[in-house]
Design a protein around this ligand. Structure first.
Ligand code: SF4
Length: 498
């Protein structure tokens, strides 16, 4: 796509707006004007009297040209964004709609965390109805998406109240999987040679865990939730899991945690022995993720497990006595359709897990062939949009509430990922991490420590610093004491404890 921007507006923001109408667009400087390549011109200016800002947008695609001009008065109350960004958003929205005949369900709300936007508006004193109105009028959300954002925000604000001062959460990364899913965008080792690294990785991880937990203690913080994620953490043997849990128990009493999650993930790695060990060490939440209940689709997306194996793993999880079970599904998988997805969600609801998470298919690093077949470049979302709506309605009638949500780039139909929960069983780590209301310390390859200072969740603005760990396990194994020391200094500096 060719994008020309002039005036006081952030170019990156305009690019994210472009992607609402042109999913997958790239903005290379060498792009040439030709058929099929959209050209967008954006200009923002203030009026000479300083009373308003005006955005002009034109979009040309092949022979069709659509233009829009939007003026926003500076005395118009804008709740979250700037007057310039609202003027540009509205003009892009109007021109894009006229050009493509499509009304994006999330309007011009482009960020990762719609719940945080809705929560900010609620926290400013506007009630539920006014907040929905702001989302519809300022950001052009459909009434359904505005209601979803407000419902998630209301739940998140309630859950954030569980946080104690000086608490943090801990993420432990196990970036290994039994095989690679065709759409995977994570760094996860899957070949036999790389999987042989697990023992060395675990040794390093336990040292890292030890120094991180003792630092948390020195900082005077308490750990409220622990999340062991991946990859596929249940790729570890019962003995390896036991070593990991024992190291944690040297510093943490699992009975004092608000939540302790072991993301099983792939059903083919879950055994009764592993979950017995997990339960004994205080795990309260486990994920068993089929993504779909179609054997054909599972094989097409390289999951290497069957629907039958999912049911076996789910029963093992149930019989383990672990309090909460989460089931992850993906709407809009390449080759999936509404009929299959709706049957899948119906069958999952029959199992009555406490958590169901519905992601929308997103491809980042997958092959071009998979991208083209995925519908990820469809602005309407087709069957995925119907599937997502169906999941939201069916879970509601089955007694679940949406409690956490995020959006990613390059998802089919620009749709959302939503966690649904039975009341009182929400995945707290997901909320604390996503809404940036608490520091998350991370250990392991590819993990990111997110330092957060936040006086009052959703009310005050958080101060955030991210510390990235080596991406690949082989790099992580080379991490030196000096690297760890530098990270520690940065953490102490952030908290004013140099
Ligand atoms: S289970 Fe998850 S991390 Fe592992 S290969 Fe599949 S998508 Fe990637």
């Amino acid at each position: 796509m060719i994008l020309n921007v002039s005036g006081n507006i952030n170019r990156y923001y305009v690019q994210t707006l472009c992607m609402v109408f042109f999913p997958g667009a790239t903005f290379g400087a060498d792009e040439e004007v030709r058929d099929g390549v959209p050209v967008m011109n954006v200009d923002v200016s203030s009026d000479p009297g300083g009373e308003s800002v005006t955005a002009y947008v034109s979009i040309r695609l092949n022979d069709k040209l659509c233009e829009a001009t939007e003026t926003v008065r500076l005395d118009e109350e804008i709740t979250i964004a700037t007057h310039e960004s609202i003027a540009v958003g509205r003009a892009v929205f109007a021109a894009g709609k006229a050009l493509l005949g499509h009304t994006p369900p999330w309007g011009i709300l482009t960020g990762v965390r719609p719940g945080k936007v809705a929560g900010g508006i609620l926290a400013s004193g506007k009630g539920v109805l006014k907040t929905k109105r702001v989302l519809r009028d300022e950001y052009f959300l459909t009434p359904q998406k505005a209601a979803l954002a407000v419902s998630v925000a209301t739940s998140e604000m309630k859950l954030a109240k569980k946080l104690e001062k000086n608490s943090c959460s801990l993420y432990i990364s196990i970036p290994f999987c039994p095989s690679r899913c065709a759409y995977c965008s994570f760094v996860s080792y899957t070949t036999k040679r790389l999987l042989s690294m697990i023992d060395d990785y675990l040794d390093k991880l336990l040292c890292d865990l030890e120094s991180t937990l003792s630092m948390i203690k020195e900082l005077g913080m308490t750990v409220s939730t622990v999340y062991i994620g991946g990859g596929t953490p249940t790729i570890l043997s019962p003995e390896q899991l036991d070593r990991l849990f024992l190291k944690l128990e040297e510093y943490i009493n699992p009975a004092e945690l608000l939540e302790f999650t072991l993301e099983g993930g792939r059903p083919d790695t879950i055994t009764a022995e592993k979950l017995r060990v997990a339960k004994e060490h205080g795990v309260t939440r486990v994920s068993v993720n089929p993504q779909t209940l179609s054997d054909q689709l599972l094989s097409e997306i390289g999951r290497h497990h069957t629907v039958e194996q999912f049911y076996q793993a789910y029963n093992i999880a149930r019989e383990s006595g672990i309090r909460d079970i989460n089931v992850d599904l993906i709407a809009g998988l390449p080759g999936d359709d509404f009929k299959n997805f709706s049957e899948t969600i119906d069958k999952i609801i029959e199992l009555a897990p406490t958590n169901i998470t519905v992601h929308t298919f997103s491809v980042k690093k997958a092959s071009d062939a998979l991208r083209k077949n995925s519908g990820v470049y469809s602005i309407t979302g087709g069957d995925a949009a119907k599937s997502v709506s169906y999941a939201q309605i069916k879970t509601k009638f089955a007694g679940y509430k949406p409690y956490y949500m995020y959006r990613q780039k390059n998802t089919v139909g620009n749709l959302e990922n939503v966690g649904f929960s039975v009341d009182g069983h929400e995945g707290l780590y997901n909320v604390f991490m996503m809404e940036e209301v608490q520091t998350i310390f991370s250990v392991g390859a590819g993990a990111v420590t997110k330092l957060v200072k936040c006086d009052e969740p959703f009310v005050s603005k958080s101060e955030i610093t991210r510390l990235f760990h080596p991406k690949y396990p082989y790099e992580y194994l080379r991490m030196t004491d000096e690297d760890k020391k530098a990270e520690r200094e940065e953490i102490f500096k952030f908290f004013g404890k140099e």
